[in-house]
Design a protein around this ligand. Structure first.
Ligand code: NAP
Length: 274
């Protein structure tokens, strides 16, 4: 039991990677606060934990709203008195609206132009097509959400505490189709390093995970062609599964990762090597 008697908060744990992390932590003895936007999704995660879920709590909060985050951590403090582990996992991908459809269309057009051996005539123009609203929501959920939750968790953390932030390969290389997502994930990486230095003297560790492409609802909107191309560029020749990332989170959150702070680990099948 690598997380026996620890109290862990996992945000966005009603789906995908967050759900896998919450379940892995519960199996390792943690009491898990399972956050998501919709409490019904959090409850599904608690149900998926089986017997280990008796200690878990489903809590609804939008991590982009500082007041909601404060209320969630106040509830955790009242019930458990402390937080030992925080995983800032909540996130959104591209909106799936007309702008994303246009980008997908241009992607396929560019592939056609490449295959024909000519110059690329279809340009992405993602940044110039992006609305203020799309930019602000992306930064609000990922970057503000990571800050709001970290601030509240640090107030309740004692020496031995650990924070794990979900960044992305998008932060390492930049992804041309999602500049707002890349910026948010890059910000999370820099925030991770700064806070790791800040709280090291308190005995608290802060690290990040930069996953490659993982098969979750977030990557569902990718077309079959885009998925095939991604797999073909990945040396291990598959997309990740949520448990690949959950094992990395468990390592960083538990004493196995006790000499890691301010670092990122990138389970990505070899897609990015640095
Ligand atoms: P997912 O299956 O869509 O799960 C994300 C969860 O976060 C969803 O349940 C979502 O709820 C929730 N959420 C969204 N906004 C929230 C908010 N403001 N407050 C609380 N919860 C919120 O996505 P995933 O693939 O597991 O992604 C998990 C994390 O890994 C994200 O930070 C993502 O950026 C990162 N990541 C994913 C990949 C990948 O390939 N999948 C790669 C690199 C990094 P709704 O469904 O209601 O929005």
């Amino acid at each position: 039991m690598k997380l026996a008697d620890r109290v862990a908060v996992v945000t966005g744990a009603g789906s995908g990677i967050g759900r896998a992390i919450a379940c892995a932590f519960a199996r390792e003895g943690a009491t898990v606060i399972v956050n998501d936007l919709a409490v019904a999704r959090s409850r599904e995660t608690v149900d998926a934990m089986g017997a280990a879920g008796v200690r878990a709590r489903a809590v609804e909060a939008d991590v982009a709203e500082s007041r909601a985050v404060r209320a969630m951590f106040a509830e955790v403090e009242r019930e458990f008195g402390r937080v030992d582990v925080l995983v800032n996992n909540a996130g959104i991908g591209s909106s799936g609206g007309p702008a994303s459809e246009e980008t997908a269309k241009r992607h396929e057009a560019r592939i056609g132009e490449l295959m024909a051996g000519g110059a690329i005539k279809t340009h992405w123009d993602v940044t110039e097509r992006m609305t203020d609203e799309t930019w602000h929501r992306m930064i609000a959920v990922h970057l503000n959400g990571t800050f709001f939750c970290t601030r509240e968790a640090l107030r309740l953390m004692k020496p031995g505490g650990a924070i794990v932030n979900l960044s992305s390969v998008a932060a390492l290389t930049g992804l041309e189709t999602v500049p707002h997502y890349s910026a948010a994930k890059g910000g999370i990486l820099s925030f991770t390093r700064a806070v790791a230095r800040e709280v090291a003297s308190r005995g608290i560790r802060v690290n990040a995970i930069c996953p490659g492409y993982v098969d979750t609802p977030m990557t569902q909107p990718m077309s079959a062609l885009m998925k095939r191309l991604t797999v073909s560029r990945t040396p291990l020749h598959r997309m990740g599964v949520p448990d690949d990332i959950a094992r990395t989170a468990l390592f960083l959150a538990s004493d196995d990762g006790s000499f890691f702070t301010g670092q990122w680990l990138s389970p990505n099948g070899g897609l990015v090597m640095q």
